[in-house]
Design a protein around this ligand. Structure first.
Ligand code: ZN
Ligand code: ZN
Length: 122
């Protein structure tokens, strides 16, 4: 329902991604390491979202319907990273894919993010 702008998408640097099944022009398939990475494995990776400055988990495959096992795994990794950064329960998992709607990813937004978003950046 809410439409929160996330800022203009930025073009990934050329040659940054080397995944088998990447979709041309998809920022998440590019998997550009422009922000710190917290975790990576065969299923997903967790990195700080460039736009939001909070960790997000990104599926290794391009699509919106990960199998339940992959979904469980990804949310588990995201929660592990977010709990390490923010503390248990100090964040909310946001699965609204407003900026890149065709490639599964989820953000862990700490309580401060909502203040930064709605109170303006310092
Ligand atoms: Zn993609
Ligand atoms: Zn974001």
């Amino acid at each position: 329902m809410t439409a929160v702008p996330e800022g203009p998408p930025t073009a990934p640097p050329p040659g940054a991604g080397a995944l088998d099944r990447r979709v041309e022009g998809c920022e998440l398939c590019e998997a550009a390491r422009i922000t710190p990475w917290h975790h990576e494995d065969d299923v997903c990776w967790v990195a700080d979202c460039e736009a939001c400055d909070v960790p997000m988990v990104v599926w290794r495959r391009h699509g919106t319907q990960p199998p339940a096992a992959d979904l469980d795994h990804m949310l588990g990794e995201l929660e592990r990273v977010a709990t390490g950064l923010f503390g248990a329960g100090a964040y909310r998992v946001d699965r609204d894919m407003r900026q890149i709607p065709d490639h599964f990813h989820a953000h862990a937004r700490d309580d401060g993010w909502w203040h930064r978003r709605f109170g303006g950046r310092r």
